[in-house]
Design a protein around this ligand. Structure first.
Ligand SMILES: [Zn+2]
Length: 274
């Protein structure tokens, strides 16, 4: 799986959070305005950009950005060590999004994290594995993450909904110290706003055989990047540092877009963090 963001996407996200114009950014990168525009669009440049200068002007790590430019990918993850955890990927109009299904092998209690664009693949997995869908946890209410909520609710009317959305009825709202049991699995939540005002990360722990914690992060963090946050980028980065990078190094990060990664790999490779 490709990264969600190439080096040009990262530059654009960092640049659009501050006052730097494309012309000024081009000059710092040692490129013409047209060459720099192509770099933001494609992640490639006709000659090597001056990453040291442009990255430091944008608050990015130059060596990490250069590695992304050169094709870094996180190590592939075998989800078989978590029982049970599945990634479900759906697409619409060129936008691809992941949601996640976790369950207790013994009790067959299950929880889904976001819905993606279609309910059908989720319903199919639940039927195939003879699960009881007890909970829907929403990382944020951007439409690609909740598009299939209504059909899922109709199919599983007993399912409890968990969200930080301000407009949600009180019984659906996360409280910061909630610990939700899904069979023997334990789900807690952490505020990770910035990309979205209702952004929340769910931490799934107590896996069989001591498998590492799993963080369902929505779009607050991607492998090698993060969801766009415009003027709130500094706030978004601070939330990731406090709420995600404080987790154990081997914590599996399950983002809404792009490949799976881990806390240790993001600390080492994510250019948004020095
Ligand atoms: Zn989003």
């Amino acid at each position: 799986m490709n990264l969600e963001d190439h080096a040009g996407d990262i530059l654009r996200k960092a640049r659009s959070s501050g006052p730097l114009t494309p012309e000024a950014a081009a000059a710092l990168a040692g490129l013409t305005t047209a060459e720099y525009a192509a770099l933001e669009d494609t992640g490639k440049a006709v000659r090597p950009p001056n990453f040291a200068v442009i990255a430091s002007a944008l608050g990015l790590s130059a060596p990490k950005l250069e590695k992304i430019y050169a094709g870094w990918l996180p190590a592939p993850v075998d989800l078989g060590q978590w029982r049970e955890l599945r990634q479900i990927t759906t697409s619409r109009g060129g936008n691809t999004v992941h949601c996640y299904l976790a369950w207790d092998e013994g009790t067959r209690d299950a929880a889904v994290f976001d819905t993606g664009f279609e309910a059908e693949p989720i319903i199919k997995l639940i039927a195939e594995n003879e699960l009881q869908l007890r909970h829907l946890f929403i990382t944020h209410t951007h439409h690609d993450h909740i598009e299939a909520m209504e059909p899922l609710r109709q199919r599983f009317p007993q399912m409890r909904i968990h969200t930080d959305a301000k407009a949600a009825p009180p019984q659906h709202k996360n409280r910061r110290n909630d610990c939700v049991h899904v069979g023997s699995l334990r789900v807690s939540n952490r505020e990770t706003t910035g990309h979205a005002e209702d952004g929340v990360t769910y931490l799934i722990g107590n896996w069989p055989e001591d498998a590492p914690h799993v963080a369902i992060v929505g779009d607050c963090l991607f492998a090698g990047s993060m969801g766009g946050a415009r003027q709130l980028l500094d706030h978004a980065k601070q939330k990731v540092r406090e709420q995600v990078f404080s987790l154990p190094p081997d914590t599996l990060i399950c983002p809404g877009h792009g490949p799976l990664t881990t806390v240790v790999q993001e600390k080492a490779h994510n250019p948004f963090f020095q």
